[in-house]
Design a protein. Sequence first.
Length: 560
Amino acid sequence: MKSNMKHRSSMMTEGDKRAPNRAMLRAVGFKDEDFKKPIIGVASAWSEVTPCNIHLNELADRVKGGVISAEGFGQIFGTITVSDGIAMGHEGMKFSLVSREVIADSIEVVSSAERFDGLVAIGGCDKNLPGCLMAIGRLNIPAIFVYGGTILPGRCDGKDIDIVSVFEAVGQYSSHKISHEKLTEIEKCAIPGPGSCGGMYTANTMASAIEAIGMALPHDSCQPAVGEPKRLLCDRAGQAVVELIKKDIRPKDIMTKKAFENGITVGMALGGSTNLVLHMIAMAKAVGVKLTIDDFDRLSNKVPHLADLKPSGKYVAADLDRIGGIPAVMKLLLDAKLLHGDCLTVTGRTVKENLKLAAPLSKNQPIIRPMDNPLHPTGPMVILRGNLAPEGAVAKISGLKVITQTGPAKVFNGEEAAYEAIQKRKIKAGDIVVIRYEGPKGGPGMREMLAITAALVGQGLGEKVGLITDGRFSGGTHGLVVGHIAPEAQVGGPISLIKDGDKITIDAKKKKLELHVSAGELKKRKAKWKPIANPYPKGVLGKYAHLVSSASQGAVTDEF
């Protein structure tokens, strides 16, 4: 290997004065010939705390093997993960979005300190993916992302089920629609092994978007976590990052505004998670690309919703993989002139060049609709504005028959109070549930409300009530729900001024979120308003609340 491939590592491996550095490296496996090779960091979010990540150590080993076969030297190191599914519905969820920042920071720290020439980052659960890409963007060294893969569905009563099925079963049990025995059966069958939640929830949405951006190899995002195809892709990823170093192709060459538009377009066509908005803005900031919620609104207006995938549809990501995966979907979108084909990718080829090698969607498949017969003519993610959300809010309308509602507010300061009211059957058809002080600063941590929305669906209220919050929703959420309301309650946003009984209108068709209270009355309420004291003045949540930006700005902590 030529030393010019050691863009950064040469400063710690070359010259007599670096003998101490080399001595340390010899102790972890370096031989004389290895000091001439580019050093590749392999960031692994392996952990035993979640099925999403339980297998990533094996994938990291395969990536390292690929690096070695391409005459590089791979070094595996760890970063953290939080299991959203296990943290959901209690105080632990406050730490989920925080983990995205910790993941990004930790990968940046290790990669910078150890002077890696390239990086492969491997993630599974939701926040791993944007966290890895934020670090990759900040570092701007040749890099590839590898997704741990989607879980295979569980089976119960002859039907595919997943983690969302369990959350909804809790609501069904609380409303006496199923027995305790059936609840337990669903609980035991839903998660059959390794991999991230199987529908087009946040992890699979972000993996698909990252592949569409060009930062993952083709077919990475919908492959099942278990099986030889995923292992072989890891081999290729290790080899490909060495090629990127040879060609000096860096993340900022790939992660352009047009590439992010490709990622959003694919996310819209798939009916992806609303968390796409939050995470894509954060990833774009890491590479200095100006991406706003208005870009999502613009693309939603012209990209049809094509995929019949959970949570609003029937199928899971593994089903999509069997009919051609993301490359086949991208091929369809490129032919419709909805993608930028000239964007560079980690293969060293453009999107258009990659897709020439991709097979089209399987014939007579029911998962991806043709362009002339979409599930919905526009994208499922809608940006709402109005006197309740001057900086914007995000709704998802896929699979909904009712996308407008006006009703009286039922106001709760925090998720727990709302969940208790739902369990006690205090929420009625026509209500607009308001959950506030759950924003990035107010939570702190911007919790997801899957337990809330799943309980409402389980009680048969999924499309009979509206729900608005300055918190977030899981990719598994469906119903007439609006999240990411900005400004949030903790900074005095209008959501902080709502009272029980106030009339609220959610109108996803007109993209409006309105509180039917006069400006004069709101001014009086604002004069009396005071923020709630942060219950976490110290530690990671205290630090996060102090640093974090608005949801409309990606909820990042490095924007000063």
